[in-house]
Design a protein around this ligand. Structure first.
Ligand code: KG4
Ligand code: ZN
Length: 343
């Protein structure tokens, strides 16, 4: 008998509620994926304001859930299990989702599973491309994370190979966009501006690629500073900023480092599949360069569609389904949020 899993996500600025069907053979089908974003409320601050995000989650949680059930043609009583993001993320924001999930689980008397947000970003790919090969490699790049992960089992076995030592990749996009006078979040406008620019116009640094640097860690703050210096220099000289060239050159540096390290990690570990997820996976140059380098190295590349790459409830429902299928013990109603939850 198939089971319906409800997924609740509230780790950052997106209130997400997803519903999936877990079939007896382990396949997971997406039924609904409703997201309410508070991104516009944060735009004028140039980044997510935790208190504003928490309040927005409170207001959006129940209406978002109601929309998801309506879309799926289901009612609360159809739910067999609930998964919620327990971390990592913003403490106050996480608490809203955890409280909602507990309330639903208690009222419906169904098992509750606290799950890891990062694992959710990987599990979501199974909704589009089917079961993940074991092992596979995941490159997670968003406003909050930049990690290279070895995935032996998305429900229980993820090992971090490397992560950013400073800014996340998306954060670098957001900061550079601000320098160039482009709106927040910065990824989409930089991607757009870069289309008309020359990626070789400015040789920006490739962070953490020296012989003594940790092989699979990333660093983007030096790149951001280099862009800031370059832009300041041009302004001082009274020159007009060639926004398209700066955007294209910055974007090339980010895509170069991310894809080079991911392909190297896959090759050295003998892993044949790379999954790229998180908001930055939507970047046109990152996916193009990853496709080219993976093809050269004989690696299968899987990139979920942009809607699934950014934070959403479907990724948590999908991970919940894999956790249920793996027979994990439910978390119980006393779970709490853990802002620093490791993978
Ligand atoms: O996964 P996500 O929606 O939320 C977090 O968990 O952070 O990722 C948001 C980040 C933002 O920093 C945004 O600038 C970036 O993803 N982003 C992009 C693109 N679209 C979104 N970065 C580069 N190119 C894009 N096309
Ligand atoms: Zn995320």
């Amino acid at each position: 008998m198939s089971r319906i899993v409800l997924g609740i996500e509230s780790s950052c600025d997106e209130t997400g509620v997803g519903l999936v069907r877990l079939a007896d053979d382990g396949t997971v089908e997406l039924l609904a994926d409703e997201v309410a974003s508070s991104v516009e409320q944060h735009a004028r601050f140039g980044g997510v304001v935790p208190e504003v995000a928490s309040r927005a989650h409170l207001e959006a949680m129940v209406p978002t859930a109601e929309r998801a059930f309506a879309k799926a043609g289901l009612t609360l009583s159809d739910v067999d299990a609930i998964a919620v993001t327990a971390g990592p993320g913003l403490a106050g924001a996480l608490l809203v989702g955890v409280a909602a999930a507990k309330a639903y689980a208690a009222a419906l008397d169904v098992p509750l599973y606290g799950v890891n947000h990062l694992a959710g970003h990987i599990a979501v790919d199974t909704l589009q491309h089917g079961p993940l090969p074991k092992p596979c490699l995941a490159l997670l790049v968003s406003g909050g994370h930049s990690q290279l992960l070895r995935v032996d089992d998305v429900a229980s076995g993820i090992v971090e190979l490397g992560s950013t030592v400073d800014d996340a990749a998306g954060e670098a996009y957001d900061k550079v966009a601000r320098l160039l006078g482009l709106p927040y979040p910065g990824g989409p406008p930089i991607d757009k501006a870069a289309a008309d620019g020359n990626p070789e116009a400015i040789a920006f640094p490739r962070g953490m690629t020296g012989p003594r640097d940790a092989k699979f860690d990333f660093s983007f703050s030096g790149l951001k500073t280099a862009v800031a210096r370059w832009v300041e220099g041009a302004r001082r000289r009274g020159e007009e900023i060639p926004v398209a060239d700066v955007a294209a050159s910055f974007q090339e540096a980010v895509a170069d480092v991310l894809t080079a390290k991911a392909v190297r990690a896959a090759t050295e570990s003998g892993i044949g599949t790379l999954v790229i997820s998180g908001g930055v996976a939507a970047n046109s140059r990152l996916s193009a360069l990853a496709a080219q380098r993976c093809a050269e190295a004989g690696i299968e590349l899987r990139v979920p569609r942009p809607r699934l790459c950014t934070d959403n409830g479907a990724m948590i429902a999908a991970l919940g389904a894999h956790v249920v299928a793996a027979g994990r013990k439910p978390s119980g109603l006393d779970i709490s949020a853990n802002p620093a939850l490791p993978v």
